[in-house]
Design a protein around this ligand. Structure first.
Ligand SMILES: [Zn+2]
Length: 239
């Protein structure tokens, strides 16, 4: 079993980065309102910046974020699934399209608009691609005060790959709603991954916790070799 690592932003000792990003992805699936488990919910961290929102033109407006009934959500998925890549997860709250907004301040090789979104300087992105890491990415559309556009940052698209091991979930085990599929888990203090669920890829998200970024040792070493200092790694237990 290969060693895997969490990848996070390394914050300065003072606690906050020297930049500020105010941006959102172009469109997203609405949340769900379930009349069986009485939950209104959506998922944070599933995002496909390389899939532009113009693909949905004429099918469905994805700008209304009011939670919708499970039946309406299922019909929406039925309509959009055929025009999307077949291997991607589509959950309530899934975001599409490039990040659009503004950025201020100073940054180095990376920018983290939030803990689950990694923007790399274009040259770092290109070097990683050249040395064999076949990243998917999309230029972030960020405006910088005093400049036309900041065209130097690429958002790395990260797909769902692995799953939490049941032993790290709360007890009693959460039960998945048979109607909407919601699994009300509490983020484990010690995250453990299910070995059989892990995709053979160098960067992936956890299905039940898509805000966490998981990378291979090879990818971690490539980031370190590039001299990128504003990323930190920690080993993950896998059983
Ligand atoms: Zn439900």
């Amino acid at each position: 079993m290969k060693q895997l690592f969490f990848m996070r932003e390394k914050l300065p000792i003072e606690g906050n980065p020297e930049y500020d990003v105010d941006a959102i992805h172009s469109c997203s699936l609405p949340g769900i309102s379930c009349d069986l488990c009485n939950s209104k919910w959506s998922t944070t961290g599933i995002q496909y910046p390389t899939i532009g929102c113009d693909i949905f033109t004429g099918i469905q407006s994805l700008s209304n974020l009011t939670p919708i009934a499970v039946e309406v959500f299922s019909k929406l998925l039925f309509n959009i699934r055929p025009i999307l890549p077949q291997n991607i997860e589509l959950l309530p709250g899934t975001e599409f399209g490039p990040l659009i907004g503004c950025i201020t301040g100073h940054w180095n090789q990376t920018v983290w608009p939030n803990p689950w979104t990694l923007l790399l300087q274009n040259n770092c992105y290109e070097i990683l691609s050249r040395v064999g890491f076949n990243l998917m990415g999309c230029q972030a559309q960020l405006r910088k005060p005093g400049h036309k556009n900041c065209e130097e940052l690429t958002e790395v698209e990260v797909h769902i790959g692995c799953e939490l091991h049941p032993s790290c979930l709360q007890s009693p085990s959460p039960i998945r709603c048979i109607k909407c599929g919601r699994l009300g888990i509490t983020k484990p203090q010690n995250i453990i991954l299910e070995a059989s669920s892990i995709k053979n890829t160098f960067i992936q998200r956890i299905r039940s916790l898509p805000t966490a970024l998981v990378v291979s040792e090879e990818f971690m070493k490539a980031i370190i070799a590039l001299g990128i200092e504003d990323i930190t790694f920690s080993a993950i237990e896998v059983i």
